[in-house]
Each structure stands twice: as structure tokens, then as C-alpha cells.
Write a new protein. Structure first.
Ligand code: GLN
Length: 315
């Protein structure tokens, strides 16, 4: 086993979990009712090692929307399907330094990176362009299921409808990018935006999220099924950009303090990857001012403090 003393490891995780439980800061996202109604006391942590040891504490089997944590998965799928060279003809590599939903492109008129809305919408435009929208969605959901080792993957239609209803800024961004030639020829912007909203509305649990994170930690092979879902190249590139761009405008500080690739979403989820070791999913709806889960961030900091998982702790 990659973690020999799993019981001891898990006991420490339980301590950190308890410590964060009483940390009642922040507020759930309120731009759509489905998120505003979230229970602020929900708090779950699941882990899955690259050799399939798993453990869960708290609210780990309650479905929630994946939201922006879909972005790295879609990007990894795009690279697996098309290769990094093709994907990066459309998308850059740099942190944007501005809000995730800003209407802005880099100097080459491309989205700054695939972890913010502009880049994520363009990523969606690259996935299975030869298929009808329904089949594109089916296809990506099936890949999510494979990443999750056939653990829970759902879909919240109310969230999708609310996302679309309140998405003026994303529509604006879509047309701005169309004007700037950001999409492949023949792209239907409205269809791509629907696809993006749908993939944000996919439901996971902490339990399935940890397996997805472990598939990334394991270089693209799901630890539960042994199936290769993503290419090694795709996972390397995805983890690199999660490391520099995965935590909204906290990404630089997160890279400094935690030093691990992660992606958060406005539902209060954080997927955290310790390469070659473990995937962790955290979920707690109250968010800080930058849009990251308050309990999740605290957990990540305490985790690296306890276990020296920071990328440079080995020096
Ligand atoms: N779905 C929302 C949007 O696209 C928020 C995604 C997120 O988690 N930041 O604006």
C-alpha cells in the first residue's frame, strides 16, 4: 500500500476534519436558489489512495453540483482526445490575475487558461464536435463515471435551468469570444454555453469526487477499476494548471501555502490531488470572499502542515 499506516493517517484526517467543522465562516453562493438554499453545516471529506484505499467522514454521500470543478476534467478530456498542441491553439497557460468570470482574453486573443470561465467554455467547444449536443453530454458523463470508478455521478436539472437563466455574463463572454475568433470553425455558441452549464450542473458526492481526484493522482488510471480514462500527458497538463490557476484569485497563495494541484467550485467543493498518492474531495457550502470553501481551505492548510505534502516539503 502507498499509505502503510492507513489507520494512523485516517485518525489524523479525522482530527483535522473536527477542527474545521467548528469553523463557521463565509456564506454559500447565492446567485442561484439551488446554491443559496445549501445547508451551511454540511461538511464532508473523502479520500481515495492511488491503490484504492478509501475513507469518508461527514456528509460524503450527499450529492452536490460539481460547478467549476468540472473545468479540469473537461480540459483533461480535451487533451486526451486532441492532444495538448491542438487544445492550446485555442487556450493559454497563464493565470489571468482577474476574476474567473471576467470578460477578458490574453494578448493573443485566447482565454488565459482552461480553469476560468472563458477557457472552460472554449474547452467545451472542443469536446466531441462531430456529435449532437445530447451525445456530447452523454459521452462526457460516461468519462466522468469512468474517472469516478462508477461511483455516483448525477445531474441537477434545476441547477442547469438556473445557471442558464442567470448567465448573462457567460452569454456575453461567449459572444465576445465568438467575435474574437476563439472557437473552432462551425461552433454554435449557444449550444456550447448550454453544454458548459450542463457540465457545471453535474452532481457528484465527496465519495465519487475523491475517486476522480485519485484518478488524477494516479496519472489517469482509475484506482478502483484499473481503467485508463485520461492520457498521462493530459493529467500532467491538468495538474500543472490546477496548481497555478485552480483556486480562483487565491491560486497564487494556495500554491504558496499548500503547494498542491486543486480545483474549487462555487458549490463549496475542492478536489485536491497529491500526485502518486491520494485524491481528496472536500465539500462545505460556505465560501470565502474569493469563492473557495472556508472549511475546505482550512482543511488543505492543516493537511500539508501535518503531512508535509507541499510540493517542496521534500527539500
Ligand atoms: N457556473 C458558474 C459560472 O459559470 C460558476 C462556476 C464556478 O464554480 N465558479 O459562472
Amino acid at each position: 500500500f502507498v499509505i502503510q499506516q492507513f489507520k494512523n493517517f485516517w485518525d489524523e484526517i479525522l482530527n483535522i476534519y473536527e477542527d474545521c467543522k467548528s469553523f463557521d465562516e463565509g456564506d454559500p453562493a447565492d446567485y442561484i436558489p439551488q446554491l443559496a438554499r445549501a445547508n451551511r453545516s454540511h461538511w464532508g471529506v473523502s479520500v481515495c489512495t492511488v491503490d484504492g484505499q478509501r475513507a469518508n467522514i461527514g456528509d460524503t454521500s450527499i450529492p452536490f453540483c460539481i460547478q467549476s470543478a468540472s473545468k479540469p476534467l473537461n480540459y483533461a478530456l480535451a487533451i486526451t482526445l486532441l492532444g495538448a498542441k491542438t487544445v492550446h491553439e485555442y487556450i493559454g497557460y497563464e493565470p489571468s490575475g482577474i476574476s474567473f468570470n471576467s470578460i477578458a482574453l490574453n494578448k493573443e486573443n485566447k482565454p488565459h487558461n482552461p480553469m476560468i470561465n472563458s477557457g472552460a467554455i472554449v474547452t467545451c467547444s472542443l469536446l466531441h464536435t462531430d456529435l449532437k449536443l445530447a451525445d456530447r453530454f452523454d459521452n462526457v458523463i460516461n468519462e466522468y463515471k469512468k474517472m469516478a470508478g462508477l461511483e455516483f455521478i448525477g445531474f441537477s436539472n434545476p441547477t442547469f435551468l438556473s445557471e442558464r437563466e442567470t448567465a448573462d455574463r457567460n452569454f456575453c463572454l461567449g459572444y465576445y469570444m465568438k467575435e474574437n475568433g476563439c472557437f473552432p470553425a462551425g461552433t454554435n455558441v449557444l449550444e456550447v454555453l448550454d453544454f458548459y452549464f450542463q457540465l457545471c450542473s453535474v452532481e457528484i458526492t465527496c465519495e465519487s469526487g475523491a475517486v476522480i481526484a485519485a484518478t488524477l493522482a494516479n496519472g489517469g488510471i482509475c484506482p478502483l477499476t484499473g481503467e485508463r480514462v485520461l492520457s498521462t500527458e493530459a493529467v500532467q497538463d491538468t495538474l500543472s494548471l490546477m496548481h497555478s490557476c485552480g483556486m480562483y484569485d487565491y491560486s497564487g497563495q494556495f500554491a504558496f501555502k499548500v503547494g498542491l494541484p486543486a480545483k474549487s467550485g462555487v458549490s463549496g467543493v475542492i478536489l485536491l490531488v497529491v500526485p502518486n498518492l491520494i485524491g481528496i474531495a472536500m465539500w462545505s457550502p460556505p465560501l470565502d470572499k474569493l469563492g473557495n470553501s472556508c472549511r475546505g481551505i482550512k482543511f488543505c492548510k492543516e493537511l500539508v502542515h501535518k503531512f508535509a505534502f507541499h510540493n517542496y516539503d521534500s527539500l
